[in-house]
Design a protein around this ligand. Structure first.
Ligand SMILES: Cc1ncc(COP(=O)(O)O)c(C=O)c1O
Length: 413
């Protein structure tokens, strides 16, 4: 299958057995939904199998061989993941369930204690509900006001508006790094600088960025960075939160129970060292270890290469859809930097109708509001169709999507 010029997709696809399935007899899968959940290469599947066959055991509480092996592998997985995002200390890498839990951890452990009347939380109009709903509810509970940086007509943040609303009242800015609808790559570093000048903390939602671009949390100058394993060739049930050590040290625990304590009496408890203070109960041991394998796998291919490949497929899609005519495409235009996804509408056709006709052809795409209801109100549409790409997708698959859309256009016309 023809890939882009950047990755050897023929070789890569052999590592992902699920891509060979037929969704119905004689209809092969064309998977264009990796922004929702990506697929898992053999090396990660084997790691999971190996874990359960060879070292499955609870960690940090045993002196027996299996427990020691599992503990070492789980701790080393933290080392791998902090390195993956450009950090250096294991203390700054907390394993959670997903991006949503990572953001909730900060919102509840930091926000509920630090925010109050008169404080401002800055978000963007393109936030995923994982960030938007979480901070909106923290605002209601603490009395803090939530302000949204506007999205302009080209799908980018209105930086003049950002300049207007980022002032001394802002205590937290939480923004999506790459939009899961528009594909926009937000200027996180520039906005972080503006927020830090006003002594605000900054959290970046990297759910769509960490899987396909090199991340350096120091370079981005963020205080927190959240992402999910299942969108980056890893298993479900594991997410990451990078946090600056000095802030994490001052934060209260997010959840209480075993693992996160140092000493407990009937009257009081003291907390474990970082990062374990934030990992209450038996953590996602196998998932964490497997995620670190996924990170190694992606690094082996090269995050830069994955980024350029995904971009190329997105650009090819945009050009093909534009040439077809009658298609509304959202987000930055061709030629601008954007993530490997394209959201669009076909005239007044309902997004779900398009998705279900494409599914008849084995083409898996997503339709709806993609957990961004307010952004869809800004766009003035009830939903969008989204094709999203990853390292295993090919130009041929995009051609199948385009052929499918052309057919739908003919039917509706
Ligand atoms: C930008 C963004 N943020 C957050 C999330 C939530 O991720 P999860 O469901 O893994 O918590 C997603 C998932 O699609 C996303 O695209």
């Amino acid at each position: 299958m023809a890939g882009s010029d950047i990755l050897d997709t023929e070789k890569i696809r052999k590592e992902f057995p699920i891509l060979d399935i037929e969704v119905r007899e004689g209809i092969p899968l064309v998977y264009l939904d990796s922004a929702a959940t990506s697929h898992t290469p053999n090396v990660v599947c084997e790691c999971i199998e190996n874990y359960y066959k060879k070292i499955n055991s609870n960690i940090h509480r045993g002196t027996h061989k299996l427990s020691v092996d599992a503990t070492n592998a789980y701790e080393e997985a933290h080392d791998k993941m902090i390195e993956f995002v450009g950090g250096s200390d294991r203390e700054e890498m907390i394993f959670t369930k997903n991006t949503t839990e990572s953001i909730n951890l900060v919102a509840q452990a930091w926000g509920l204690k630090e925010l109050g009347e008169g404080d401002v939380i800055v978000l963007t109009e393109m936030e995923h509900h994982a960030s938007l709903v979480t901070w909106q509810q923290i605002g209601k509970r603490t009395g803090a006001t939530v302000k949204y940086i506007r999205v302009d007509d080209s799908g980018k943040l209105d930086m003049e508006h950002a300049n207007e609303i980022i002032d001394r009242h802002v205590k937290m800015m939480s923004l999506v790094h790459v939009s899961n609808v528009l594909g926009t790559v937000n200027p996180v570093k520039e906005l972080s600088e503006m927020a830090h000048e006003n002594e605000s903390l900054v959290l970046a939602d990297g759910a769509q960025a960490a899987p396909s671009m090199p991340i350096d949390v120091k370079e981005l100058d963020v205080d927190f960075y959240a992402f999910s394993g299942h969108k980056m060739a890893g298993p479900t049930g594991i997410g990451c939160l990078y946090g600056r050590e000095e802030i994490l040290e001052k934060m209260e625990p997010f959840m209480y129970g075993g693992e996160m304590i140092r000493k407990v009496t009937f009257d009081s408890s003291s907390w474990n060292d970082l990062p374990w203070k934030f990992e209450a109960g038996t953590p996602p041991i196998c998932q964490g270890i497997a995620l670190s394998k996924a990170a190694e796998y992606l690094e082996g291919i090269g995050l830069d290469n994955i980024w350029r490949h995904d971009n190329e497929l997105a650009e090819y899609t945009m050009v093909s859809l534009s040439e077809m005519g009658g298609v509304d495409i959202y987000g930055p235009p061709v030629g601008e930097e954007r993530g490997g996804l394209v959201s669009f509408n076909l005239g007044s056709s309902h997004a779900h109708d398009i998705a279900s006709i494409l599914d008849d052809h084995g083409i898996a795409i997503r339709a709806g509001e993609h957990c961004t209801h307010p952004l869809h109100r800004v766009l003035g549409v009830s939903g969008t169709v989204r094709a999203s790409y990853y390292l295993y997708n090919t130009i041929e698959e995009v051609d199948k999507l385009i052929a499918g859309i052309e057919e739908i256009k003919r039917i509706f016309e």
